[in-house]
Every structure is written in C-alpha cells, then in structure tokens.
Design a protein around this ligand. Structure first.
Ligand code: NAD
Ligand code: MG
Length: 397
C-alpha cells in the first residue's frame, strides 16, 4: 500500500507539530505532501528539511521569498507558494487524500472548505471554521462526500464512543458531556481576574497549546465553541450537550445513551492520541503518547462550571440558540478580543464584555450562503475593533 499523502495546514503550530510527529513515526503509512504556515519561514524551512514535502506555503510573501532562497541553497525540490489562495490550492491537491486543518481562527475557513469541497478526508482541529459556518459547512461535507474526523480531543473522544461515526441518527444518544479542565483560573479569586496577564492565561494546567486557544481555555470560550462544534458534528440539539469541569483531563468526554450507559474515552492529555486516531481510523496506530497509569490517578473530580467565572459559556450557548450568523459574530468578536488581550490592549475580563457588546450591536442574520457568513465576520470585527478603541475598554468592568 502506498503511503497516504497529507497536507498539513498550520504545520508550524502546536497541532501541526503533533501531526508531523505522528506522521514521522509511520513513514510506511503517511507522507506529508504539503505544509503551510503564516510567516515563520525559519521553522517551515526546518520542517521542509525533515519531511521533504512537495509544496510549502507561507501566507506572508516576503517570508515565502526567504524560504524559497533557503531551500534553493539545499537543493531540495520543494515548490514554495505564497498567499492565502495557495492555502486552498494545497488543500485540494489531486495527489493528496488527507488534510489536517490546523490553522488557528477564521483564517482556516477558506482552506478547510476547499478541502471539504475536494472531497478529502478532513481532520478538523480548526473548530472556528465550523463554528463560523455551521450548517453550511456540514452541508458541504455531505454534498462533496468528504470524510470529516474530529481532532479536538473532546469531539474525538465522543466520536470514539459512537456506534457509527458521525451518523448519530437513531443511535439512542441522550446527552453528550464535554469535559473541561477549567483552565488556569479555575480557583483564582474572581476579583483578581481583571489583573491576570497573558502569560498566566497561557499557562494551561494540562495541555501545551497555541496562545489563542490557551486564552479561550482560560475564559472557557473554548468550551463554548466546542458546544457549538459538537452540535454541528454530531447533529445534536443544544440541550443535549453539557459541560462538566474535570480538572484532571483524564476523561476527554462522554456519551450517555437511552439505557443509562455512559461511555467515556480516557487517555493522557496528548493531542497525538486524537491525531493518530483520526489519521488511521478505522484502524489504530501508535501515537507516541504515554500510557495512562490508572493506579497513579488519585481521584477524578467533576463539577458544574460557575456561570460568574465563565460567562463566555452562556454567550456561546445563546449564540448557538439564536442561530444564523450569531455564532459567526461571537467567534469574530472573540478573535478580536483575544488578540487585544494578548497584546496588552484589553484586560482579561474585558474579553467577555467586548464579545457581549458586539453581539448586542449586531443582530444575527440568516446564514444562507458563505457570503452571509463572511459579511457577518467582517462586520463583527469592525464593530469589535471600534468598541476596543474606546478607552474604558482597557479598564476592569
Ligand atoms: P498555533 O497558534 O500553535 O498554530 C497555528 C498555525 O496556524 C500556525 O502554523 C500558524 O502559522 C498558522 N496561522 C496562524 N494564522 C494564520 C493565518 N492568518 N493564515 C494562515 N495560517 C495561519 O495553534 P494550535 O494550538 O495548533 O491550534 C490550531 C487549531 O487547532 C485551532 O483552531 C485550535 O482551536 C485547534 N485545537 C488546538 C488544540 C491544541 O492542543 N493546540 C486542541 C484542540 C483544537
Ligand atoms: Mg478541545
């Protein structure tokens, strides 16, 4: 059997690194055919040397030129492409069968959709793409007969607990329980949250991840986005998805059935497990992750998230119920708010406030077409950026 050919979108990120690690463990089964990054040409150069893809894409044109120059000096035959359209090109390459969608944020929507429309096996880490375009995205998956496999650890866990993959019709599911670690501020005094720093927010207790998702985990917007993601992936109603705080991150999520059975997936908190699962599904391959030693786990705790500590959960839930472009607006405002927090332009507690104010200023519309989604995304960014310019924003609220 010839190796499966894989495009890794977001190769220089945390998920990109874990994906390439799993691929490198199985050279007989997988080969990276194209790699992309935003602007880190030095890192992409190293990855090109290690994985020898056919194509390398950098969104930033000057960085692409530098990569081209360095690769030419090595004599490696790798075609360097630049710009956002090139991301879509490598997502639909005829000689690639699998696409790892691991760009962070809305920038991943177009290339992920390109992979879906080309009928690829799509490994979805980029939850923002699905949250933004929900029903449309799933419609494209069905229309183009793409195979969608969840990489988000919770959704991958749910997927592993389902009888027939994404087809959940008549499977007797009553609820899905998404576990959440509670992030780095699970026990921080609420009146200190307006003073926490970006580095504190990114110091996740159990997972090493990119900075945007780390902040999302601290606010729990990540879990809010994941509730929306779960409803679309598994065709669930909002009331069927619950969030449970589980600080040890040993159980990655659970599915409850009509008969009272609760199925869970457990494992070390290592993204190579869901990545290996999705790469090989329905087979299994080694991931490189450590084994879980149950005798070393003193206890597993579960509790309900406090609404006052995690107000982003309610914002996401309400946007899901409102439907249309509300999740698109939520996602865009969150991206603007998190970037501002990471840059020191907004306090941590201002993230929720900025998202809530953006949602209040922009009533949701029907999300009938991709243009509707992109228009809502731009409008929300414009409004959030305008609100951010008001000086009171940087102060605690
Ligand atoms: P990261 O910040 O470590 O990496 C992001 C990647 O996207 C990088 O390769 C970067 O160059 C690229 N990128 C950034 N902006 C871009 C743009 N505008 N255009 C094109 N490429 C761009 O992020 P990550 O932690 O690897 O997360 C990637 C995605 O996976 C996110 O959607 C995140 O929610 C999801 N995810 C991550 C984890 C995790 O453990 N890291 C777990 C579950 C889901
Ligand atoms: Mg997750």
């Amino acid at each position: 059997m010839s190796p499966r050919r894989i495009t890794v979108l977001g190769a220089t990120g945390s998920i990109g690194a874990s994906t390439l690690d799993v691929i490198a463990r199985h050279p007989d089964r997988y080969r990276a055919v194209a790699l992309s990054a935003f602007s880190d040409d030095a890192r992409l150069f190293e990855l090109c040397q290690a994985h020898r893809p056919r194509y390398a894409v950098l969104v930033d044109h000057a960085a692409a030129q530098r990569l081209h120059t360095s690769l030419r000096a090595t004599g490696l035959d790798i075609e360097v492409l630049a710009g956002t359209e090139a991301l879509c090109e490598i997502a639909r390459l005829p000689d690639c069968d699998t696409v790892m969608a691991a760009i962070v944020g809305s920038a991943g929507l177009a290339p992920t959709l390109a992979a879906v429309r080309a009928g690829k096996r799509v490994l979805l880490a980029n939850k923002e793409a699905l949250v933004m375009s929900g029903d449309l995205f799933m419609h494209e998956v069905r229309t183009h007969d793409a195979m969608l496999l969840p990489i988000d650890s919770e959704h991958n866990a749910v997927f592993q607990c389902l009888p027939r993959g994404l087809d959940t019709a008549n499977s007797g599911i009553t609820r899905v329980l998404l576990t959440a670690s509670g992030g780095p501020f699970r026990t921080t005094a609420l009146d200190r949250l307006d003073q926490v720093t970006p580095d504190e927010a990114c110091a996740h207790p159990n997972w090493r991840m990119g900075r945007k998702i780390s902040v999302d985990s601290a606010t729990m917007m990540n879990k809010g986005l994941e509730v929306i993601e779960a409803c679309h992936l598994f065709a669930l109603r909002p009331e069927q998805v619950e969030v449970v705080i589980h600080p040890q991150s040993v159980i990655h999520s659970l599915v409850e059935y009509l008969d009272g059975s609760l199925l869970a997936q457990l494992g070390a908190p290592d993204m190579r497990i869901p990545i290996a699962h999705a790469l090989a599904w329905p087979e299994r391959i080694a991931s490189g992750a450590a084994r879980l030693d149950l005798t070393q786990i003193a206890h597993l705790d579960f509790h309900t998230p406090e609404p006052a500590r995690y107000p982003c959960l309610a914002l996401a839930h309400d946007a899901l119920v409102a439907g249309g472009t509300a999740p698109t607006i939520l996602n865009a405002a969150n991206e603007v708010a998190v970037a501002a927090f990471l840059d020191g332009r907004l306090v941590f507690t201002g993230i929720t406030a900025l998202i809530a104010d953006t949602l209040a200023a922009l009533p949701p519309q029907r999300a009938g077409t991709l243009d509707d989604v992109l228009a809502a995304d731009s409008a929300a960014r414009r409004i959030a950026t305008g609100l951010l310019a008001q000086p009171r924003r940087v102060r605690a609220r």
